[in-house]
Design a protein around this ligand. Structure first.
Ligand code: GLU
Length: 423
């Protein structure tokens, strides 16, 4: 008789997963019940219907969301995702994770996130521009440099950020660069923002290796996802002396135990649109990459890819979550029991929002910094966050995710409590 897995398996709803992650640290930090209830739900949810003109002269309706989870520590912050699988629950989870991420790296932002259900791979640039501008206009009632500041996320680019900035500015009659981050340099973007997620991920992996008494040189890395985070992670880590042995994108993967030629691979991807077919390695696939023989696994694509089914087969000793939410809670427990150190998303991919914060500060001051200064500040912030999370993890004998949550949730709880209830 086949077992009914649905009965025994924890929910794979990503919003419930985010809530469960919060619930699991409540008692560790002595979070009181009412505050816990407050932090378990988003502050504000906006759903918009977005008519966008298509190339055939007609228009199509799209659905979009902007969710603000908590703004006790400052304006909302978080990316906008364009993807066919976007759901409100997903955006709620991503907004909650942004709250913890901003608190962990101690930048004065709350958490927010946006998403539009669409398939950008099958839209022209003009259609994407039309959709972006109308979506921006629909959510303009709740965004702004002091209110909520969007940024790139899955399948959204600096060009899309430029359209958001322009639409919002046109509505107000003057240029407001601080309304969005991840912009092109020419209109108030920051040096280092494009590689920031990957760079931050590398810095925390460096720290993790150090705590395990291991060296960077030759440490084997497998990366799932070859977008902004995955591609730059491969590039930066290879430059630093890591050996990148396997990578994949949504079409498939490529592996070479002696180390892939990343420059060649990036050129191949930009020519063909995929890493598949690269001749410097063997063909592999998206799922195999997760189980590849390596020291560091970097899931850099979408949520829920490490499950209780494949977690026992993960061979890395460090998992660095460049993606948001790649590890399901049951898988987290399995990895922890097996001694695998999972560097949680709110730490491992926090480099992106950290440099977004630097971009916002530079925009508000109209004073721009050198890339060296940006990378140094990023390193300081992430190294400190790693150490704070690690200390909590050791103190309570829990995973790095729970350690990071202890730091982050306590900060948000303190701010929320200090501000008190209105009215
Ligand atoms: N989308 C990125 C994230 O998930 C960056 C957000 C931002 O820069 O505001 O952290």
């Amino acid at each position: 008789m086949t077992q009914d897995l649905s009965a025994v398996q924890a929910s794979d709803n990503v919003w419930e997963m985010a809530q469960r992650q919060l619930d699991e640290v409540g008692s560790l930090i002595g979070l009181n019940e009412s505050l816990h209830g407050y932090l378990r739900v988003p502050k504000r949810v906006l759903e918009v219907s977005v008519p966008a003109r298509m190339d055939n002269g007609g228009f199509r309706m799209f659905t979009g969301y902007r969710v603000q989870h908590n703004m006790s520590r400052g304006p909302g912050k978080g990316g906008i995702r364009f993807h066919p699988d976007v759901t409100l629950d997903e955006v709620k989870a991503l907004a909650m994770w942004m709250t913890w991420k901003c608190a962990l790296v101690n930048i004065p932002f709350g958490g927010a996130k946006g998403g539009v259900i669409c398939d950008p791979k099958h839209m022209s640039m003009q259609e994407l521009e039309n959709l972006t501008r109308r979506f921006t206009s629909e959510i303009s009632i709740i965004i702004g440099p002091e209110k909520d500041i969007p940024a790139p996320d899955v399948y959204t680019t600096p060009q899309i950020m430029a359209w958001i900035m322009d639409t919002f500015s046109m509505q107000h009659g003057y240029s407001i660069s601080g309304v969005v981050t991840g912009k092109p340099l020419a209109i108030g973007g920051s040096l280092g923002r494009d590689k920031a997620t990957a760079r931050g991920c590398m810095y925390v992996v460096d720290e993790a290796l150090e705590t395990q008494g291991r060296t960077i040189e030759g440490a084997r890395v497998a990366i799932q996802g070859f977008g902004n985070a995955g591609m730059y992670a491969a590039t930066l880590m290879a430059e630093r002396g890591y050996r990148v042995v396997a990578v994949s994108d949504s079409h498939g993967g490529v592996a070479n135990e002696r180390g892939l030629d990343i420059k060649g691979l990036v050129a191949h991807k930009s020519e063909t649109g995929s890493v598949v077919g690269f001749t410097g390695g063997e063909r592999t696939d998206n799922r195999e990459v997760l189980e590849f023989d390596c020291d560091v696994l970097v899931p850099a694509a979408l949520e829920k890819v490490i499950t209780r089914e494949n977690a026992p087969r993960v061979r890395a000793s460090i998992v660095a979550e460049a993606a948001n939410g790649p590890t399901m809670p049951d898988a987290d427990d399995i990895l922890f029991d097996r001694g695998v150190m999972v560097l949680p998303d709110i730490l491992a991919n926090a480099g992106g929002v950290t440099v977004s914060y630097f971009e916002w500060v530079q925009d508000l001051q109209a004073n721009f910094w050198e890339e060296e200064e940006i990378n140094e500040r990023l390193k300081r912030k992430l190294t400190r966050s790693f150490r704070e999370a690690h200390e909590q993890a050791k103190r309570h004998g829990v995973s790095m995710r729970k350690g990071a949550y202890c730091v982050a949730v306590a900060r948000v709880a303190e701010a929320t409590k200090l501000r008190g209830l209105y009215p």
